[in-house]
Design a protein around this ligand. Structure first.
Ligand code: SF4
Length: 343
């Protein structure tokens, strides 16, 4: 099974030791289920969504370097309706999606917290990750304590390096907000992690052992590298991944363009369904081609606009040829032909 392939179990266990055991069990089981889903899809030669991104709002008062959200959207205060958010998760669960990322703009504010609370309480069997700049949590973490302790919620704090680097990219005070929120989350024994945007100016720093250890010592349980802002750096990440960089890490790592580095393979990528704040389903969060409304969530695997990305980039050599030959037959390919990346 691919789940534990090359995972540094000792280091990972150490990074998770302070987390509430019920929360930990929840997230580990969801992770294992997700890896099993990917493995199963690969063996069957199909693709279907395994995670959902839900855009709660595009509003954000910050102006970070490299942010791809247009300014007009960052000024729009609209928040997704509860009805739409509930329907998105309901449809996702029906399509066997257990992992949900609540995103912005900035998805944590006074206006969005009731929505997050409603989802977390309504769907205890789903796991919710919330990617936040931590500005609200640093100031109001105490009042949000009950929500933060929910066993199916993980805050994912944006930090792009040590203080000087992160503040230069994300604005003055950003680093202090993240570390202030981390301190509170650690006190509450939450399962929380970091997202670092991979940029030319912070590449060496965010991959340094010092930075990884710095996060671990402050209670972070995982680190997600986002290459969405600098795709030209993906080959460098790939070289590091192939060199076994992740085995030395004191934290579990994930790169959005490469997958879980403990299972490095394009075929280990999460398959993402994107829901915009108005309830439209998009092919991709940045390209933003509308593929339908929420009714299409369970059909995405058979929709070329969505499935093609995972087919084209996730397979190589014979597998890609097999895909092209069988593209007309409901996105199936011969398992034997897919050998290079199938587990
Ligand atoms: S906090 Fe996030 S949404 Fe806001 S400007 Fe920074 S990257 Fe963009």
């Amino acid at each position: 099974m691919l789940v534990f392939k090359d995972l540094n179990v000792g280091k990972v266990a150490n990074a998770l030791a302070h987390v509430n055991p019920v929360t930990l069990a929840k997230f580990v089981s969801t992770y294992v289920y997700h890896e099993w889903q990917i493995d199963r899809q690969n063996k069957k030669g199909i693709v279907a969504p395994t995670q959902m991104h839900i855009e709660l709002t595009t509003f954000c008062p910050k102006r970070c370097e490299g942010c791809y959200i247009p300014l007009t959207d960052k000024l729009d205060p609209q928040v997704m309706s509860k009805k739409t958010a509930r329907e998105a998760v309901r449809r996702g669960l029906a399509a066997k999606i257990r992992i949900y990322h609540l995103l912005g703009g900035e998805p944590v504010s006074e206006n969005t917290l009731p929505l997050i609370q409603m989802l977390v309480e309504s769907y205890p069997w789903a796991a919710f990750y919330v990617c936040t700049n931590a500005s609200y949590l640093a100031r109001h973490g105490d009042s949000a304590g009950v929500l933060l302790k929910a066993h199916n919620l993980s805050m994912n704090l944006s930090v792009d390096g040590f203080k000087a680097t992160s503040d230069s990219i994300r604005g003055r005070g950003s680093y202090a907000d993240v570390m202030g929120a981390a301190s509170r989350l650690r006190e509450l024994r939450c399962f929380f992690g970091a997202t670092a945007a991979v940029l030319p100016g912070n590449f060496d720093e965010i991959l340094s052992p010092d930075f990884l250890m710095h996060l671990k010592e402050r209670g972070f349980s995982y680190l997600f590298y986002s290459t969405s802002h600098s795709s030209e750096l993906i080959p460098q990440m790939e070289v590091l991944a192939k060199g076994g960089f992740y085995r030395k890490s004191p934290l579990p790592l994930y790169v959005n363009a490469l997958g879980n580095l403990g299972n490095f393979s394009p075929n280990s990528w999460a398959r993402l369904a994107y829901v915009a704040k108005n309830g439209q389903v998009l092919n991709d969060r940045q390209e933003r081609v509308v593929v339908g409304d929420l009714e299409v969530v369970h059909q995405l695997g058979s929709m070329p606009q969505w499935a093609k990305k995972y087919r084209a980039q996730g397979m190589a050599g014979k597998a890609q040829a097999a895909y092209e030959m069988t593209e007309k037959t409901a996105y199936r390919l011969e398992e034997a032909e897919a050998a290079p990346y199938l587990f």
